[in-house]
Ligand binder design. Sequence first.
Ligand SMILES: *[C@@H]1O[C@H](CO)[C@@H](O)[C@H](O)[C@H]1NC(C)=O
Ligand SMILES: *[C@@H]1O[C@H](CO)[C@@H](O)[C@H](O)[C@H]1NC(C)=O
Ligand SMILES: *[C@@H]1O[C@H](CO)[C@@H](O)[C@H](O)[C@H]1NC(C)=O
Ligand SMILES: *[C@@H]1O[C@H](CO)[C@@H](O)[C@H](O)[C@H]1NC(C)=O
Ligand SMILES: *[C@@H]1O[C@H](CO)[C@@H](O)[C@H](O)[C@H]1NC(C)=O
Ligand SMILES: *[C@@H]1O[C@H](CO)[C@@H](O)[C@H](O)[C@H]1NC(C)=O
Length: 313
Amino acid sequence: MRAVEAFTLSLAVAFNFFEPAKAELKNCTCSAVYSFGDSLTDNGNGIATFPDQFIDSETNPNGFNFPHHAADRYCDGRLLVDYVAFGMGRKPNYAILRSIAADFTYGANFAVAGATARNNTEWVQETGFSSPFSLNVQVSWLERYKVRLQFYYAQVELNSTTRGVVYQSLPASDSLNTSLYFVYAGFQDYFFPMYYQTMTPTEALDIVDAVVDSIVAAIQRIYAFGARSIMIVNLPPMGCLPALLTLYADEDSEKYDTYGCLDSPNKVSNSHNTLLESRVADLRHNYTNATFYYADYYSVYRDVLKSPTLYGM
Ligand SMILES: *[C@@H]1O[C@H](CO)[C@@H](O)[C@H](O)[C@H]1NC(C)=O
Ligand SMILES: *[C@@H]1O[C@H](CO)[C@@H](O)[C@H](O)[C@H]1NC(C)=O
Ligand SMILES: *[C@@H]1O[C@H](CO)[C@@H](O)[C@H](O)[C@H]1NC(C)=O
Ligand SMILES: *[C@@H]1O[C@H](CO)[C@@H](O)[C@H](O)[C@H]1NC(C)=O
Ligand SMILES: *[C@@H]1O[C@H](CO)[C@@H](O)[C@H](O)[C@H]1NC(C)=O
Ligand SMILES: *[C@@H]1O[C@H](CO)[C@@H](O)[C@H](O)[C@H]1NC(C)=O
């Protein structure tokens, strides 16, 4: 089993911990999965928009272990969002911009590689792996998607033979408020400036408020749209990522934690996650008729580092 596959599998197992009181994970009743974010969740929107820039998502090792085909994902196997979909006994959702053979029966994926949580209004293509389709744009796509769906449903209701003409594997008409909305954003905002060294980890702490505000604003719009089950995923310890370990390598062992990860990028993850978690608590308090799941990816990642053999590594 390849390392990435094992890691992602363990995440699926770890979803048990979101409801600590129950030993058995109850069967999920969500109709479909709608997802938002960046390359950690994108399954085709990046390559659909900028094929040259994001061609890597179709070449080895990406897609290597994905069942049946190269998968337009920045991963050698399944993404976290795929495990959520497979865990519910469903097919993965499709990239919203996929123009050929898309199947939206079980939802749609609005995440785009290179997308920030913060609005990206001054986008220029030259700035490496970045995309103009930040979280606010993705939520606008969701709103537009609903308009089109309602148009199709109305047409089919008027004349059922039009179904054959307009039908393209769409979700059930009453499923939008029984679906799971999966928001895993913010990674691009911090990681890429640190990777391109246009921002130090200490400077990255200064944008945490703005990043979390953007995520919360997106969630509020998704809620207003009609979502009643929203899963918000926190960020992994970025000080453990090989790219940052290499770029910010330091002779001073004091700069590392017990797992050999760098403290300063980890502080960014911690600061982001602490604020995000408290905002999710506010959301629960403000919107009592929706369920907000705080998915603790950070702790799962640490758990794998702590007990790698437990996860087949
Ligand atoms: C989940 O669904 C499967 C298949 O329908 C069923 O066999 C299983 O008992 C269900 N588990 C729970 C906890 O409801
Ligand atoms: C981001 O863009 C949305 C519109 O898509 C706008 O409503 C919002 O105010 C903007 N946020 C900021 C912080 O500028
Ligand atoms: C229903 O739609 C089909 C296909 O567009 C068309 O041929 C048919 O005339 C329509 N029927 C009615 C009653 O409008
Ligand atoms: C979901 O929306 C449908 C209309 O599309 C409505 O009939 C239903 O009551 C709503 N369900 C919930 C749980 O809000
Ligand atoms: C919750 O409601 C309060 C009071 O209306 C508001 O100030 C705050 O921004 C809201 N927070 C979230 C996360 O919705
Ligand atoms: C959910 O709560 C909001 C605000 O508390 C309210 O405006 C809305 O009508 C409620 N929706 C349902 C379906 O109960």
